[in-house]
Design a protein around this ligand. Structure first.
Ligand code: SF4
Length: 93
């Protein structure tokens, strides 16, 4: 019987593109357990983030957002739910 879930399968060893992206030479990770859905990131970078059906942040098309906007959006999170890594080092928060 076919699955009703139409979302693309994500291999166990690959990051979930809804919560982790390599974009603009940085790696950005959303901690959905910390996110409280205030939407500041969506306001700052509407191309990059959206709130899902649960009211929690996910990535949409962060590559469409200019880097400064994306970084501003990550830094705007009031609960530090978005971490930005450059060369393996967290630069935000
Ligand atoms: S700014 Fe932070 S808390 Fe608000 S929706 Fe984005 S990730 Fe969630």
């Amino acid at each position: 019987m076919a699955s009703e879930d139409s979302s693309p399968a994500v291999a166990a060893d690959e990051p979930d593109p809804l919560v982790e992206r390599e974009v603009h030479d940085v790696r950005v990770v959303i901690d959905r357990d910390l996110c409280v859905g205030f939407g500041d990131c969506v306001t700052e970078a509407p191309d990059a983030f959206d709130l899902d059906d649960e009211g929690v942040a996910v990535f949409t098309t962060p590559e469409a957002s200019i880097k400064s906007c994306l970084l501003d959006a990550c830094a705007s999170c009031p609960v530090d739910a978005i971490t930005v890594f450059e060369d393996g080092v967290a630069i935000i928060p």
